[in-house]
Design a protein around this ligand. Sequence first.
Ligand code: NAP
Ligand code: G4F
Length: 342
Amino acid sequence: MKKSALIIGAGGQDGAYLAQFLLQKDYKVYCGVRRTASADHWRFRHLGIERDVELVYLELAEESNVARLVSRIQVDEIYNLAAQSYVGTSFEQAIYTAEIDAVGVCRILEAIRNYSAHTRFYQASTSEMYGKVMEVPQSETTPFYPRSPYGVAKLYGHWITRNYREAYNMFACSGILFNHESPLRGPEFVTRKAVIGLASIRLGRMEILNLGNLDAKRDWGFAGDYVVGMWLMLNAQEADDYVLATGHTRSVREFLNAAATCLDFELEWHGSGESEVGTDRKTGKTVVAVDAAFYRPAEVDLLVGDATKAHQKLGWKPQTSFDQLVSMMVEAEVARLTGPHA
Ligand code: NAP
Ligand code: G4F
């Protein structure tokens, strides 16, 4: 019989790639999205899957909404990808972030426990939980030290998932995913913001790209590779928690250098901290500047993951290199900015 899945937070970056992947595996896919005034599911359109998924309205703040839906559709798998996922905003909206990213997870687990006990559950945990890292690289056994309200809320989501697995024998897994990007990344995250900015400057539509901390280091992979790992977790023999990461780390500055190279800029860096600027070697013009408004009250300086367990137990490995990821993002952005809908 055809398998079925509900993706909660399906309208986001990972949700779209996961929906596409599950459709390729011949699943019936319910896409849980919030009702908004401008229902523009551009990511489904981008992947050409808008007619193949069934949209269902789902608001994680609304307990009875979650319970009714979970009870009605009786799916084999639920992937919870919904979150207030922007770390910067979590400092301004800490309570809302906890409501969705922490308590929201418990609402889903309760609905499964009460109304759909056979359903397998995936929780989108995050490397942000490692925060002020206690060891390098970070693995499933590294102690957590979150540095943002987002990281703290996600830590609750992580532990409540594990708790329901142990207490009620539920098939509930937590994927501790390191940063993963794509042309479908939200425009406020640093990789996409950098690519939009540099491509716009190259096309003469923008002067300077303003960013915050250029020294932060992240383990950046391709989102399309990571959704495969989510599915492998829910289709393993036993429920468990896994890190998904590339094992390589690069600074924001290094990401900028790579994206600039794809656009035929060669960046030269001058100054430090808030006074740092990146200039284009050919023209001498300032292309990147630091704006302290983008600094965070507490920063995560270095993330680099060890995905050995996922490799050994699930056979998962990232397929896309850093350079491939950057050029894929740059090419897509240039096409978007110069295409018929620009
Ligand atoms: P994203 O693009 O921001 O997508 C998050 C989705 O959650 C959006 O579709 C959003 O809906 C939905 N959502 C937010 N609040 C909701 C609510 N109250 N009720 C129902 N839906 C709600 O994030 P992503 O990059 O795809 O990440 C997917 C998940 O993985 C998130 O939980 C994120 O925290 C986690 N994660 C991401 C990364 C990464 O590097 N991408 C790494 C580790 C973990 P709208 O479209 O209506 O806003
Ligand atoms: O792209 P970011 O906003 O991603 P961040 O904070 O690492 O969070 C992402 O990855 C997490 C996994 O570790 C996810 F759980 C989370 O949902 C999200 O997907 O920022 C990356 C780094 C930070 O250190 C930030 O301070 O880039 C630095 N940065 C420098 N200038 C900037 C900017 N970040 C943003 N968004 N905008 C800037 O102008």
